[in-house]
Design a protein around this ligand. Structure first.
Ligand SMILES: *Cc1c(COP(=O)(O)O)cnc(C)c1O
Length: 396
């Protein structure tokens, strides 16, 4: 048995209220537990929220990504340009279809794909670009869209970390051919397990709808016209989703306030740690007006600066956990995951910007109900820990 420290603050915590209970109870009382009216309602709400024609709800973000890849016909021998700085699902969805994730390194400021490297990476085998809205910060979709159009490429948004984010007036969920959302309990909104595809493309929507439901052409018929899966979202999850989506603006505002409080509490350590960037516009394209963006806060990730040794971050995680502070490394580089190393032979040094940021980053507790007092306590604990972390020896 592990000793539980006196005050323990989790890394994340779902925010479930009266509305969630009411909607879930309504489903339980109705006896209709799958493929019912809540699913239809949740999809209608998601489509409206993202400003798109179609939303197809599924049982995870992973399923949403997989169905998008399949519905676009991306398969064996195809390459898709994507980022190694993400959650593993954004690359795995390509491997499911025997397509190849062509990683390019990231931009150290935006943490998204380095746009200078994306264009260079395009080859005749390239079928698409899969961008990720890392930590809820929108990827440069207008630029990615321009490249995709120029080279006739599919464009997929892994929007799992960014519900409610916007570029100009256009919500995340409306960029690219289709976008994937995930509703795991650590996300800004949750359905327990769950996910959703949003798109304006009717063909993609119909294919995804059929493939999530065992390849049926029509919802209730026992006729299976294509290879399908059971990736359905059940009525209880959809009920949670309806309630969470209705409350999302308030939940996002609360998350933004928590981020503000962290910025204040951690300001005294600015010499040692890098706080999350929160740009109000996309990186400037020369000669064009900067485009305003709205971030959706998913996690609060800080970074030890270059003065610390390569193993300082892991020690920081250990010391924080010993004090009862939930924390995690966000993200470990995908290409250095054991499965990817073994299968593709990747090694440290392949994507140096991604690796350097990945090795120095850590996520702190982050959820709407986190109180200012707790945030300042975390700041104080971090202040005690930082001097214990090893720094590189200066050589002149
Ligand atoms: C959460 C997440 C997913 C999907 O996760 P599931 O657990 O399958 O719902 C995919 N990509 C990113 C970047 C994520 O953060």
């Amino acid at each position: 048995m592990q000793n539980s420290p006196p005050e323990s603050i989790p890394l994340s915590k779902p925010n479930i209220g009266a509305k969630e209970r009411e909607y879930v109870m309504r489903v339980l009382d109705s006896s209709r537990l799958a493929l019912g009216p809540m699913l239809d309602q949740f999809e209608a709400q998601m489509a409206a929220f993202c400003g798109v024609k179609h939303a197809v709800a599924v049982n995870s973000g992973n399923s949403a990504l997989h169905l998008i890849v399949r519905s676009l016909g991306i398969g064996a021998g195809d390459e898709v340009i994507t980022t190694p700085f993400s959650f593993v699902a954004s690359s795995n969805c390509l491997l499911f279809e025997n397509a190849h994730p062509h990683f390019v390194d990231i931009d150290a400021d935006t943490l998204c794909l380095d746009m200078n490297l994306v264009e260079e990476a395009i080859s005749p085998a390239t079928k698409g670009i899969l961008g990720v809205d890392v930590f809820g910060s929108p990827a440069p979709w207008p630029q990615l869209q321009q490249l995709a159009t120029q080279h006739s490429l599919h464009l997929i948004d892994d929007a799992c970390e960014a519900p409610g984010a916007r570029i100009g007036d256009t919500p995340i969920g409306a960029w690219g051919d289709a976008a994937a959302f995930g509703f795991y309990p650590n996300k800004q909104m949750t359905t327990g397990e769950g996910g959703c595809i949003t798109t304006d493309n009717e063909e993609i929507a119909e294919l995804c709808r059929s493939m999530r439901n065992q390849g049926r052409a029509v919802r209730e018929r026992m006729e299976h016209v294509r290879l399908g899966y059971n990736y359905r979202m059940d009525e209880l999850a959809a009920a949670l989703g309806c309630a969470q989506l209705e409350r999302l603006p308030g939940l996002l505002a609360a998350r933004a306030r928590v981020a503000e409080a962290y910025n204040e509490a951690l300001a005294p350590y600015a010499a040692d740690i890098i706080l999350p960037a929160n740009p109000s516009t996309l990186p400037d394209i020369q000669g064009e007006q900067p485009i305003p963006i709205t971030r959706s806060w998913f996690v609060y990730v800080i970074r030890l600066n270059e003065a610390y040794t390569d193993d300082a971050r892991d020690l920081a995680l250990k010391l924080l956990r010993a004090k009862g502070i939930g924390c995690a490394s966000y993200f470990p580089s995908i290409h250095l995951q054991p499965y990817y190393r073994e299968r593709f032979g990747y090694k440290p040094g392949d994507f140096p910007v991604c690796e350097s940021i990945s090795n120095r980053s850590l996520a702190l507790p982050f959820y709407p109900a986190l109180l200012p007092g707790q945030i300042f306590t975390i700041g104080d604990i971090l202040g005690e820990i930082l001097p214990q972390l090893p720094k590189k020896v200066k050589t002149f």
